[in-house]
Ligand binder design. Structure first.
Ligand code: NAD
Length: 289
């Protein structure tokens, strides 16, 4: 189990966020999600990533309460879904998220997808920030065009953009656009959900063999050394430990270059500009108020 303290990232509004967190996508069953989050907190994670559309904010809230940890020791992120877009709906959905999370504040609140009235959503989030209901606000899945447009036309620049980011899609070309506004890059799918046989990738395995680490640990360590925030997910306690145990070794320049070369620069999860994909996402509904 990791003994080194988890590094932190200072966001563009001064809020400090753990660089490694625990994601709970696709853990819809309440008992399983609560158990997983309790395990993650016991293992040492202090940052949790949920969303209204995951329909598991309540389980995350229950696990936080049951952990006995002071609220301020946990950093919790949630996201406003497309079906709650627009100023009024987003506002009441934020109240719903607070209630389900059993908290009077959210550490980081993101616009989940750049669809629907996300400008209205962002205004509601700016208001929640000014009211102390949220400590930082940002976006997710905003490719540079929409990201820059939003960042230029809102009061508060996004603190974070949570994007698909892993060794096979490293966001190299897009990242300067986010950095321009001081926006931190947070990776979703840091293990590419195992796509492209990440867990047996020869380059990652060979690098890992030198340090006694798995391909998964090398893939995560690479992102950490690139100053990217990561939120790997697993429901298995030993994998939660494995994914956190990446602080006691350092990849050298040659390792970093070898892993940089794995980048294909394209999504493994679907094209956001594809109208069928947009229609599919827009058809999903989330927990509301
Ligand atoms: P991930 O890349 O973290 O992969 C998770 C999967 O990899 C697990 O389900 C498990 O099957 C496997 N795994 C995990 N650790 C392993 C290990 N050490 N060895 C072998 N297999 C292992 O994928 P993810 O869950 O999609 O992404 C992480 C988090 O990012 C999510 O839980 C969620 O919080 C967030 N997310 C956000 C968005 C978004 O649109 N903003 C989209 C997807 C995910």
């Amino acid at each position: 189990m990791a003994t080194e303290p988890v590094p932190t990232v200072t966001l563009n509004n001064g809020v400090v966020m753990p660089q490694i967190g625990f994601g709970v996508y696709q853990i819809p069953d309440s008992d399983q999600c609560e158990r997983a989050v309790r395990d993650a907190l016991e293992v040492g994670y202090r940052s949790l990533d949920t969303a209204q559309v995951y329909r598991n904010e309540a389980a995350v809230g229950a696990a936080m309460a049951a952990s006995g940890l002071p609220r301020e020791e946990i950093f919790v992120t949630t996201k406003v879904w497309i079906s709650n877009a627009g100023e009024e709906r987003a506002s009441s959905s934020i109240e719903g998220s607070l209630r389900r999370l059993r908290s009077d504040y959210i550490d980081l609140l993101l616009v989940h997808q750049p669809f629907g009235d996300y400008y209205g959503t962002y205004r509601a989030m700016e208001r929640a920030l000014s009211e102390g209901k949220v400590r930082a606000i940002g976006v997710s899945n905003f490719f540079p065009g929409r990201f820059v447009d939003l960042a230029e036309h809102v009061e508060i620049p996004p603190a974070v953009n949570q994007m698909e980011t892993h060794v096979f899609n490293q966001q190299k070309a897009n990242r300067p656009w986010y950095s321009k506004y001081g926006t931190a890059l947070e990776s979703w799918g840091p293990l590419a959900e195992g796509k492209n046989n990440l867990f047996t990738n020869e380059t990652l395995a060979a690098v890992g063999a030198k340090y006694g680490k798995t391909a998964a640990q090398v893939a995560l360590r690479y992102l950490v050394q690139r100053d990217i925030i990561i939120i790997p997910k697993s429901v298995h306690r030993e994998r939660m430990e494995e994914n956190l145990d990446i602080l006691s070794f350092k990849l050298n320049v040659a390792d970093m270059e070898a892993i940089a070369a794995l980048d294909g620069g394209v999504s493994l999860f679907g094209d956001h500009e594809n109208p069928e994909f947009a229609a599919m996402l827009s058809g999903l509904t989330a927990d509301a108020d």
